[in-house]
Design a protein around this ligand. Structure first.
Ligand SMILES: *Cc1c(COP(=O)(O)O)cnc(C)c1O
Length: 221
């Protein structure tokens, strides 16, 4: 991992080209904790889709780079009291996990409907992000009927301590449940640096790749 991020991006895109088997896949480079300059460097190399997970760090970057017209994906947990603020700069919200969050996003008509994914909790721990699978349909229906959001599909993080392919297989099943409600909601946001090949095998349409492209993240602080 000594190469420049732009070189790692090119190398990753080459691997993705081999692995995606002619399917359309959107690569989201997760730039959390990295400076805006790194995003600018990857944008200069032609990349458009970036992921962030913490407000207001994400807002600062989106504002600093507003001249580039990038597509911003918010992939972190969305707090209700900050959700409207996030929806001002984020183009895609990957982590819709409760009806109360949808309520919080409504009423702000300052932008068109945001693309939204329902995050599914693939663990048995209710403290983890995402809606419990048993509540997926009702939440998806709520999003589909929302004036603030456009339901595009599902998102998940593979649980630690489980073979990721097995978890992504369950996610593919949950994705089908959502498509039964809204056939156009066919996005599956899954796969990070360590497990993107397994995610791709199970139908991922959006990969969220951080360290494999950006290098290690600066220490939290
Ligand atoms: C940080 C993060 C990623 C990227 O993780 P890497 O292991 O660095 O590729 C993907 N998804 C979410 C939700 C994240 O928070």
């Amino acid at each position: 991992m000594t190469d420049a991020p732009a070189a790692r991006l090119a190398a990753f895109l080459e691997q993705l080209e081999d692995a995606r088997r002619a399917r359309d896949v959107t690569l989201i480079v997760v730039s959390k904790r990295h400076p805006a300059a790194l995003v600018r460097e990857l944008a200069a190399a032609g990349h458009r889709d970036f992921g962030e997970s913490r407000h207001p760090e994400s807002r600062e970057k989106a504002e600093a780079l507003a001249d580039l017209g990038l597509t911003w994906h918010f992939v972190g947990q969305l707090q209700r009291n900050k959700a409207r603020q996030v929806a001002r700069y984020a183009d895609v919200l990957h982590s819709i996990d409760s009806p109360a969050l949808v309520d919080a996003l409504e009423g702000g008509e300052e932008r068109p409907q945001r693309d939204a994914l329902v995050q599914v909790n693939l663990t048995d721990d209710p403290g983890r992000g995402g809606v419990a699978p048993a509540e997926l349909e009702s939440l998806a229906e709520r999003v589909a009927g929302s004036s603030a959001l456009r339901l595009r599909g599902v998102m998940a993080v593979a649980p630690l301590g489980e073979e990721p392919g097995r978890a992504f297989e369950r996610l593919a099943h949950h994705a089908a449940r959502v498509r039964a409600i809204e056939p156009a909601a066919d996005w599956i946001s899954a796969g990070m640096s360590a497990d993107w090949r397994e995610a791709l095998e199970h139908g991922a349409t959006h990969l969220r790749i951080g360290t494999a492209i950006t290098g290690n993240r600066p220490a939290d602080g």
